[in-house]
Design a protein around this ligand. Structure first.
Ligand code: S3P
Ligand code: PEP
Length: 422
């Protein structure tokens, strides 16, 4: 039996300032680009969590030097990429989708595996794409082996990226190092999480790579050098959302310092969502401050672009004053766990009324009671349970340590947030 974490109940309105560690998505893109770059990179304030440590370990195993600086930064020294190497993807979508294209540039065999549930996450699209670009791969999901020859010709690939934007991002991140560059064409139902592809394109361009994304569903990366990075990683705005939700759920006020005025992070979308739910949201030089309403409004919202915010929004919706409809998120069935099934089961288990639809959730608030909140190795399920626990006595979150996927000390941060202000 995994340990249960008694989710603390808020004694009153939560008032706190909560600094949030670096962005997972930016850190892992920066690590990949740094490993492929033309010189030594410095990544300042990177996220140090399971997903980013796994990315660093994967790149080290391929020959890259990733070491600690004196002030928490990561110093990355590229070297010839080579096998034999072993990559542990854990449950990280970014590792399992971004590293195979890097490994395709390496000379020698590279074997990949990950956590039990990682073996069920969609991956064949990126492996098929690499095969069509000339890489030899055995297998269609984890575990698999890839045999690089030290070069990748490149060319045009047509894929169906409707299950994950990471298929596109992964192919684009390594494409400049191929001989001819790579054109990725998406054909199929709309690609989810488009802001994450925009983030990839922006980071490539910032590193001097020529990317043409003028046509919808088509991205072309020209061959060429990737400039070494010296960059400060923004706070993780998606990881900030449970803390901001604490203000929304308790009529409190929470500030996250360092919230960027302009960003490619999808998590920035929380500002509009919380405003729609009745919160006051103010961006100032001090950071982003959310002040919760006395009554949380329900929402009818398409989360297709910002799917990773769903567990936070669903938890708040279960505490709102009327029924909410979350849609556009069928792809969440392939996330860390089937998040639609998990949210339905767990909120229902606390006495809520949640129904899955073809592409989302209907959440009708009901008085909730305590109980075990199962997390299915999903960090965002754990943080969703913590949000509900603020208002519902007796919620016990299973395996809260799973938050270490993207937050180094979630229970400690949550406890500090709840400490009374002196
Ligand atoms: O590229 C990225 O950094 C991510 C893309 C998104 O994946 P999907 O497109 O699979 O939703 C997002 O949900 C995930 O948390 C991070
Ligand atoms: C979907 C997520 O992660 P991953 O990068 O593993 O896909 C997430 O963090 O919500």
């Amino acid at each position: 039996m995994t340990q249960l974490w008694p989710a603390p109940v808020a004694a009153g309105p939560v008032r706190a300032t909560v600094p949030v560690p670096g962005s997972k998505s930016i850190t892992n893109r920066a690590l990949v680009l740094a490993a492929l770059a033309d010189g030594r990179s410095t990544l300042r304030a990177p996220l140090r969590s399971r997903d980013t440590e796994l990315m660093a370990a994967a790149l080290r195993s391929l020959g890259t030097e990733v070491r600690d600086g004196t002030d928490g930064e990561w110093l990355v020294e590229p070297a010839a990429l080579r096998g034999p190497a072993t990559v542990d993807c854990g449950l990280a979508g970014t590792v399992m989708r971004f590293v195979p294209p890097v490994a395709a540039l390496a000379d020698g065999p590279v074997s990949f595996d990950g956590d039990p549930h990682a073996r069920t996450r969609p991956l064949d699209t990126v492996l098929d794409a690499l095969r069509s670009l000339g890489t030899e791969i055995t297998g269609d999901s984890l575990p698999f082996e890839l045999r690089g020859t030290g070069t990748l010709k490149g060319g045009r690939v047509t894929i169906d990226a409707s299950a994950s934007s990471q298929f596109v991002s992964g192919l684009l991140l390594s494409a400049a190092r191929s001989e001819q560059g790579v054109t990725v064409v998406h054909e199929g139902p709309p690609v989810p999480s488009l802001p994450h592809i925009d983030m990839t394109v922006a980071m490539l361009r910032a590193a001097g790579v020529d990317v043409d994304d003028a046509q919808p569903n088509t991205w072309h990366v020209s061959p060429g050098p990737i400039r070494a990075l010296d960059t400060e990683i923004e706070p993780d705005l998606s990881n900030a959302t449970p803390f901001l939700a604490a203000a929304a759920a308790t009529a409190g006020a929470v500030t996250v310092p360092g919230w960027p005025a302009a960003t490619t992070q999808a998590g920035d979308g929380i500002r509009d969502i919380l405003t729609t739910m009745g919160a006051e949201v103010a961006l100032s030089p001090a950071g982003l401050t959310v002040t919760g309403p006395s009554r949380l409004e329900p929402v009818d919202i398409d989360l297709h672009d910002v799917g990773e915010l769903t567990p936070t929004v669903a938890a708040l919706a279960a505490l709102a004053t009327g029924p909410s409809r979350l849609h556009g998120i069928a792809h969440l069935r392939g996330h860390e766990t089937d998040r639609l099934a998990a949210l339905e089961r767990e909120i229902t288990g606390l006495g809520g009324d949640v129904e899955q639809t073809a592409d989302g959730l209907l959440i009708r608030p009901r008085p909730l009671h305590g109980g075990t909140w199962h997390t299915y190795a999903d960090h965002r399920m754990a943080t969703a349970g913590a949000i509900l626990g603020l208002r519902v006595h007796g919620v016990e979150v299973e395996d809260v340590a799973t938050t270490g996927k993207t937050i180094p000390d979630f229970p400690g941060m949550w406890a500090s947030m709840l400490e009374p202000v002196a």
